[in-house]
Structure formats: C-alpha cells, structure tokens
Design a protein around this ligand. Structure first.
Ligand code: IMP
Length: 198
C-alpha cells in the first residue's frame, strides 16, 4: 500500500485525516517520520502556504508527501481571519485567544456567515496537485463544546444545530472541509494508480 508523509505537526489534523482514509494509502506524521521542524506559512494564500509545507518536506525527504492549510473566512470581516487564522490574535496565540478576538470583533454583528476552507497540496512523483474542501456555516455568539480543535467551539456548519466541538469525529466528518478535500484527494489517487498500473 502507498505511504505518504503528512507534513503537519498538528495531531488533530492527523487524526481527522486518518479517520477518513480507506485502503488507498497510509499516512505517516512528521513525528513518526522522525522529522522535527516548524514549517513556515509565510504567504498570503492557503494555496501557497500548503505548497510551501509539502515542498519543504519533499525537499528534505525526497518522498511523496502532502500538507494542508486551512482558514476560517468570516463574511462580515471581509474574509478574515482567513490565511492568518492560526495567528489571528498574535504569533504566540492559541485557540482560546484567537476565538476570543474573533468573538470580540463579531460583537453586535448579526450577519454571522462564515466558511472553513482547506487546501491540500500533494507532491506525488515530483508533481504537485491541489484539492479544496469548503464547509459553509456560521459563527456562534459564544464558545461551547470540548471536541475538536482551533475554532471548532464557535463554528456551526450549515445543516447542523451545534458547533463542531459538540460533535464526535464522525459527526464533524459529515460536514467537514477537511473531509471534503480528502475525498477529492482519495478519488484522485485511485484514478492515478489505475492509470499508472502496468
Ligand atoms: P493551519 O491550517 O494549521 O494554519 O490552521 C489555521 C488555524 O485554523 C489554526 O488556528 C487552526 O487551529 C484552525 N483550524 C484549522 N482547521 C480547523 C478545523 O477543522 N476546525 C477548527 N479550526 C481549525
């Protein structure tokens, strides 16, 4: 079975990706690959940051790998925090600070539409391919729930009545941006392997 390095240090992302895998490939995290590196996200788009991460790991290992970059885009904030989602409240900020800043900036705003957007960058046989997944929803008035990570405590996907952080993994996967991007990725690999079989 094909093995791909997932260029992330975020164990939550590794768990979510593994939860949607079928038998098309297995995933090795950076930690499992013995790589200890903080990969920069210096660009203004998710696409470029995702490419940066996969390119750095491909450069280090020469192996097939993939990465992803995700942003929370809030309509009333002109798409912010977007590509800056991880550092919204500052370079050292964690999720609690980021959520707090978001809720403060949304105070008194009735239009709460938002979306998560994930871009996966795959480097396979020295070529890069990208896959996008979008989850529409809205920002809550206050944080709730204990599951998930990041902004999950303040985001209710369209069609649900509770935030991601009140769902288990299977529940989040019904709506998730990451799951949608992964579905395209998995489909692509199946077709790629079909076409490249002797
Ligand atoms: P990055 O893709 O690791 O740069 O993540 C950007 C920011 O969005 C970080 O603050 C993450 O915690 C957050 N984030 C990424 N994916 C999700 C998600 O699925 N749910 C909630 N927050 C997320």
């Amino acid at each position: 079975m094909r093995t791909l390095i997932f260029a992330t240090n975020n164990e939550n992302k590794v768990a979510e990706v593994r939860s949607v895998l079928d038998d098309s490939f297995t995933v090795i995290s950076l930690k499992e690959a013995g790589i200890d590196i903080d990969i920069p996200e210096p660009h203004d788009t998710l696409e470029e940051n995702a490419r940066e991460k996969s390119t750095v790991i491909h450069g280090l290992t020469g192996k097939n790998c993939f990465s992803e970059d995700t942003g929370l885009e809030v309509f009333a904030l002109n798409g912010e925090p977007g590509v800056k989602s991880a550092r919204y409240a500052g370079n050292l900020a964690g999720s609690a600070e980021n959520i707090s800043k978001l809720l403060t900036n949304m105070q008194g705003i009735e239009e709460r539409a938002a979306r998560f957007r994930t871009v996966i960058s795959l480097i396979l046989d020295d070529h890069e391919y990208q896959f996008e997944g979008i989850c529409e929803g809205r920002i809550t008035e206050e944080a709730s729930g204990k599951e998930g990570f990041g902004y999950d405590r303040v985001f209710i996907p369209t069609g649900a009545d509770k935030p991601f952080a009140e769902m288990d993994m299977a529940g989040k996967n019904i709506y998730s941006h990451r799951k949608k991007a992964m579905a395209k990725f998995i489909q692509f690999l199946k077709e790629y392997d079909g076409e490249n079989q002797d």
